[in-house]
Ligand binder design. Structure first.
Ligand SMILES: *Cc1c(COP(=O)(O)O)cnc(C)c1O
Length: 232
């Protein structure tokens, strides 16, 4: 299969999941997760019409970006954890930061975006599983974090993101997706801009769409298996 063929197949699967859930296709964005893969495959996906991309590491994307700067209608989001010493670079390179999980990072991004004269959309990553290795905010702290982010002028919290424990069986991810949606529905009454739900990956995106995902983050099903493990 080619990247163009994979993208087309995915759009079809997204369409079917939307139909099952009685949702409009236009409400679900497909993000191509290009971490670890070389610039060439990003260009290939771009040539096939893909415009939204996710990358995991600031350093890795900084190297790729020199070869991608001409793609001025492409959007690159950071979907991996962000260290505080990389916030300025991240605010400069990315169109959005989709895995903010602390006030400290939010404040540093706000200061960096302000210096760049930019308004930076962010998603708050919520940790719903009890796995040690997962990043994300404790859901009990969500209202406090959102209230603290609200007055920051150069970042805007537009939604929530989560990564459920990986499983062969996509159904096992459903309760996590449902919980993220519940948190969004609860929060949006106080924070009306907080509408997006970034959830669903190659193995479970159809379930995520049924549970309300507005952005599925798909790597393997577009670009194939990653050879090196991403250090995140
Ligand atoms: C790698 C990654 C993805 C894509 O995972 P696939 O299983 O390859 O589709 C999605 N989201 C995040 C946060 C990732 O790190």
């Amino acid at each position: 299969m080619t990247i163009a063929g994979n993208l087309e197949h995915l759009q079809q699967q997204i369409h079917e999941a939307c139909r099952r859930a009685n949702r409009s296709d236009s409400k679900v964005a497909l993000m191509a997760v290009s971490k670890v893969h070389p610039v060439e495959v990003i260009l290939e996906a771009y040539a096939a019409g893909q415009r939204l991309f996710g990358e995991n590491r600031v350093q890795e994307f900084q190297e790729k970006y020199q070869h991608l700067a001409a793609l001025n209608d492409a959007q690159f989001h950071l979907i991996g954890p962000l260290q505080s010493n990389k916030t300025a670079r991240a605010a400069e390179l990315f169109h959005a930061i989709d895995a903010v999980d602390s006030l400290k990072i939010a404040q540093r991004l706000d200061a960096a975006a302000k210096a760049l004269g930019k308004k930076l959309p962010i998603l708050v990553e919520v940790k719903l599983s009890h796995e040690e290795s997962k990043h994300g905010l404790d859901p009990a702290e969500l209202p406090t974090l959102l209230a603290a982010i609200e007055p920051l002028e150069s970042i805007l919290a537009v939604g929530l993101m989560t990564v459920p424990p990986w499983s062969e069986d996509a159904e096992l991810a459903r309760p996590y997706f449902r919980e993220l949606r519940r948190l969004r529905d609860q929060s949006v009454t106080s924070f009306p801009k907080l509408t997006q739900l970034s959830m669903g990956m190659s193995n479970d995106f159809q379930v995520a769409i049924e549970e309300g995902s507005t952005c599925v983050r798909v790597g393997t099903s577009i670009f194939g298996k990653r050879i090196m493990a991403s250090a995140g």
